[in-house]
Design a protein around this ligand. Structure first.
Ligand code: HEM
Length: 146
């Protein structure tokens, strides 16, 4: 038999799911920083896949997959900059203090990257190498550390 406590927890999970949200599980600052750094590397790797494909095989599916990775990872980065994960956390990070003193600017950069990454996904869908190359440069140009 399900205990009331479990039912409450299950109901809470259902609510989170219904809201389309993710359940935040507290991670240590070190884990959070490592996760976002790994994500940035992943984005860089996916950018390179597109660059290399444009210079070589121009495999449309490969480029589309890489663009989708960039768009998904860009979104996944948003919650990975909580308070307490800046330079003061005692863990090596290149994140600048401005992220936490001027959040609006940082969020603006993140939003722009997501928008440009989505356009890159659309460009790879067309298979037009010129359009993909141009949009890849624009998306890669969003790189920031603040
Ligand atoms: C396609 C676009 C981008 C690429 C390829 C990219 C790539 C990278 C790479 C390779 C790193 C170094 C990670 C490491 O230390 O191992 C990094 C760090 C960082 N990037 Fe980006 N980045 C991009 C866009 C952005 C945007 C839009 C923002 C801001 C909204 C941003 C903010 C940062 C920050 C704050 C760090 C330091 C993270 C830390 O050390 O904790 N990046 N990025």
């Amino acid at each position: 038999m399900t205990k009331p406590g479990n039912r409450t927890f299950a109901a809470a999970l259902a609510l989170v799911a219904a809201a389309g949200g993710t359940l935040a599980i507290a991670a240590s600052p070190a884990d959070t920083i490592a996760a976002r750094q790994a994500n940035f590397k992943k984005m860089g790797g996916a950018m390179k896949v597109i660059k290399d494909e444009l210079a070589g095989g121009a495999d449309k599916a490969k480029m589309a997959g890489a663009a989708k990775t960039i768009a998904a990872v860009a979104r996944a980065q948003v919650p990975l900059f909580p308070k307490g994960t800046g330079p003061g956390a005692g863990v090596k990070t290149d994140a600048l203090p401005a992220i936490w003193t001027d959040r609006a600017t940082f969020d603006g950069h993140a939003k722009k990257l997501i928008a440009e990454a989505d356009k890159l996904v659309m460009a790879t869908g067309t298979g037009n190498a010129m359009a993909i190359g141009a949009q890849r440069l624009i998306a890669a140009g969003q790189r920031e550390t603040s």
